[in-house]
Design a protein around this ligand. Structure first.
Ligand code: SF4
Ligand code: SF4
Length: 420
């Protein structure tokens, strides 16, 4: 199997105590990774042909005094570099340094559009600080014409759902896109999860965790782990210096984890057994997320009757029935439901091309975003989908944005855009 990404735990301490995170209770020693170990990991990743390095697992990466130097090193080795932060330490100087280091993508995890929500979920966080930090980062990125992709990640739960429209209005203008996710991670049966979870996970079916498909993590101690929320080093599959990242990824310990998950033998892995990542959310939870994505990307807005009619006719050709006169997201939602059921890559590609052709340009990015998510779900390669997108999207900036957002190397798929 091909190892595509490595997450490096450069620091396992955090400046916040979020309700849904096990970091506060972690027993491992809090420490910063040494630069020498960091370089060794990145060099090994280069040898293994890894395309992406994420500088975050558990802990806040911006606490590390050499965080920007780490970004520079990754980029100097030709690997895309991603960084997720809670945004509290994204000060002016750090923002400038990250942008100048050619960070590929920044993801800020935040809940709420006002302090009451932000402070309750992310204990210790200040809405004002995160907002002004990201505002400044976006401004610097725009005026300096930097390419860093900016994403926001937010968890949809009972506490945050009523605030969601305001949330999108507040944060949307500062980023390229918002990812909505359900509560996940270890601890689905604790009080916070029971109280806040929107999807009825308990009645859902369990599924193998997708953590083992294309990614590994390395802890601050240099242990190679199969899980990037490995608080107590429970998923060690090798050690840096003893084994290469690729060998660990395809090694016996990793395959045992895959086997146990495929057989749904979660009770043999206590951490996974109490982790919400193995619970398939109920349909209601899934639909909720999709509905939010539709709303955010505005897919339901601005369609003319002629476009709707065209969509309906195309749908009929493919055996997809749309409700007559539907002016909401229903018609596209039906297509996605169909994609879920069919799932063959060729069908997925055909429908993606269809949707991209019939949608107006300003709606294509959002649609493409959704399609790529679907493609991932069906193990269709991103590159294949991207190539197909490139045949129907002529706007180079849009293409590049999709490529950054979904981790596609435009050079590797042989597509040149003027904006590169
Ligand atoms: S979720 Fe992230 S920001 Fe919050 S405590 Fe955990 S590591 Fe820190
Ligand atoms: S299911 Fe297991 S491997 Fe997956 S995220 Fe949870 S603890 Fe990690």
């Amino acid at each position: 199997m091909k190892l595509e990404a490595v997450a490096i735990e450069t620091n396992n301490a955090c400046n916040l105590h979020c309700e849904m995170c096990g970091n506060s209770g972690m027993r491992r020693k809090r420490q910063f990774m040494e630069m020498e170990l960091f370089r060794t990991i990145v060099d090994d990743a280069v040898r293994c042909g890894v395309g992406n390095i994420h500088l975050h697992t558990i802990g806040e990466p911006l606490l590390h005094p050499h965080c920007c130097e780490m970004v520079r090193y990754v980029r100097s080795r030709g690997i895309r570099c991603w960084l997720a932060t809670n945004g509290m330490l994204l000060e002016d100087r750090t923002s400038r340094a990250l942008l100048e280091s050619d960070l590929s993508a920044l993801r800020v995890s935040v809940e709420g559009s006002e302090q009451a929500v932000t402070g309750k979920v992310r204990r210790g966080a200040s809405f004002e600080t995160i907002f002004s930090n990201l505002h400044r980062f976006s401004e610097l990125r725009r005026t300096g014409n930097y390419r860093t992709h900016v994403g926001i990640n937010t968890i949809v739960m009972k506490e945050t759902l009523p605030d969601m429209d305001k949330f999108v209005g507040t944060w949307g203008p500062l980023c390229n896109g918002i990812e909505f996710s359900l509560l996940s991670g270890q601890g689905h049966d604790n009080e916070f999860y029971r109280e806040q979870q929107i999807a009825d996970c308990v009645s859902g079916q369990r599924r193998p965790c997708d953590m083992f498909l294309h990614k590994l993590a390395v802890t601050v101690e240099g242990c190679i782990t199969a899980c990037c929320i490995d608080f107590e080093n429970d998923f060690i599959v090798g050690h840096i210096g003893d084994v290469s990242l690729s060998a660990a990824f395809n090694g016996r310990a990793m395959n045992r984890l895959r086997h146990l998950h495929n057989q749904r033998r979660f009770t043999e892995l206590p951490c996974c057994d109490k982790c919400a990542a193995t619970w398939r959310p109920s349909m209601a939870g899934d639909e909720l997320l999709e509905g939010l994505r539709f709303r955010y990307y505005g897919l339901h807005k601005g369609k003319t009757p002629a476009q709707l009619e065209s969509l309906r006719r195309r749908g009929e050709e493919l055996g997809v029935r749309f409700e007559a006169g539907s002016a909401t997201a229903t018609e596209l939602h039906e297509l996605f439901q169909l994609l879920r059921i069919l799932g063959e890559p060729e069908t997925v590609l055909r429908l993606i091309a269809l949707m991209l052709k019939i949608l107006p340009m300003d709606e294509r990015l959002g649609c493409a975003a959704l399609c790529v998510h679907q493609g991932d779900a069906f193990r269709t390669t991103r590159e294949a989908i991207f190539r197909r997108m490139a045949t129907v999207i002529n706007d180079p900036v849009t293409l590049l944005d999709i490529a950054f957002r979904f981790d596609v190397d435009v050079n590797a798929v042989g597509i040149k855009t003027e904006a590169q």
